[in-house]
Write a protein that binds this ligand. Structure first.
Ligand SMILES: Nc1nc2c(ncn2[C@@H]2O[C@H](COP(=O)(O)OP(=O)(O)OP(=O)(O)O)[C@@H](O)[C@H]2O)c(=O)[nH]1
Ligand SMILES: [Mg+2]
Length: 305
């Protein structure tokens, strides 16, 4: 048998309510941290494409922003972005948090999925923190509500159920070529992941409105030679807040908070790029950027607003 002829490839979209573990699942599947993860809902704002290549298939997984009823322009764009990932999908993973199933938004999502022909797999995530006896009734309720192709309990955190999930996905992949080199992890630029890493640390270290009112743009990314120890990558990133008061909180007393953001982000970025990094952060105000189409295009990475 010719191995190339049997090769399969396709797109798998990961959708669901905010905070259910979509990005964690993507990272677990890829075996590497690609998407940022925080305990706060609405962490992901764009489609994050991650490529998994084996001897028999290549899958482009598309992680998406958590679906909700949008209240301002950024959220509208996030929802649009998430739903647009369904168009290309060969398989859809509908992820639900098994500790709080039945989120109100789920009905809206399921209505949308009903019109689609593709395989639809319900991923019942976070089973590591669910009392086992409660799992079966949840499973039954979902299978009565919707005709899923499969229902798979997982823990994206402990990797439980993830290999079973991959086996099921493989069965629905169409024959196809290897679109990307086997060692390529994403088709998104390095700059995107660097900006996201900084944004993750801000989301983790700030509270209330600030995590949602912050955006990060990479202004400069340059390889530099140092006298002593070879190569270093110089990165200058701008952190945007919506108001002066938010800017002051992000900077912190005597620059303490932004310094901590920089330290934590640099460690992750060095791991990601596998080089030494010099990271410089600036904080500035862009009033109401979340509500302004032009500013969103610039700061939010939404190309086609
Ligand atoms: N216990 C447990 N926690 C999980 C699991 N998967 C994700 N989490 C946690 O749930 C929180 C949200 O995870 P994310 O991966 O950011 O969720 P998301 O669906 O991508 O969220 P948005 O991007 O905001 O839509 C984080 O604190 C994760 O550590 C799991 O299987 N078990
Ligand atoms: Mg996410």
């Amino acid at each position: 048998m010719n191995e190339i002829q049997n090769f399969k490839s396709g797109y798998v979209s990961i959708i669901g309510a905010p905070n259910v573990g979509k990005s964690t699942l993507l990272n677990t599947i890829l075996g590497q941290k690609l998407a940022i993860v925080t305990p706060k809902p609405q962490t992901t704002r764009n489609q994050i494409r991650g490529i998994l290549t084996t001897d028999t298939y290549q899958i482009i997984f598309v992680d998406t922003p958590g679906l909700m009823h949008p209240k301002y322009r950024l959220q509208t764009e996030m929802v649009k972005t998430a739903y647009s990932a369904l168009g290309d999908a060969d398989v859809v993973l509908f992820v639900v948090d098994a500790t709080c199933p039945g989120a109100e938004i789920e009905n809206t999502i399921l209505k949308r999925l009903k019109r689609m022909q593709q395989a639809k797999i319900l991923v019942l995530n976070k089973v590591d923190i669910v009392e086992k006896p409660t799992l079966l009734p949840i499973l039954e309720a979902y299978s009565q509500k919707f005709e899923f192709t499969h229902i798979i309990p997982t823990s994206a955190l402990t990797t439980d159920g993830v290999s079973v999930l991959l086996e099921q996905i493989e069965a629905y992949l169409p024959p196809g070529p290897r679109y990307f080199p086997e060692d390529q992890l994403s088709d998104l630029p390095e700059r995107f992941f660097i900006a996201e890493t900084v944004r993750e640390k801000i989301m983790l270290l700030t509270q209330r409105e600030i995590p949602y009112a912050s955006a990060v743009v990479i202004e400069e990314f340059e390889k530099r030679q140092t006298n002593k120890s070879g190569e270093i990558i110089y990165i200058r990133a701008i952190v945007y807040a919506e108001r002066q008061t938010q800017k002051q909180i992000i900077i912190g007393k005597g620059g303490k908070l932004i310094k901590r953001v920089g330290e934590l982000a640099r460690i992750d970025i060095e791991k990601f790029l596998d080089t030494r990094v010099f990271l410089e952060l600036y904080v500035t105000v862009k009033a109401d950027w979340r509500r302004d189409a032009r500013k969103l295009k610039e700061l939010g990475g939404f190309a086609d607003i």
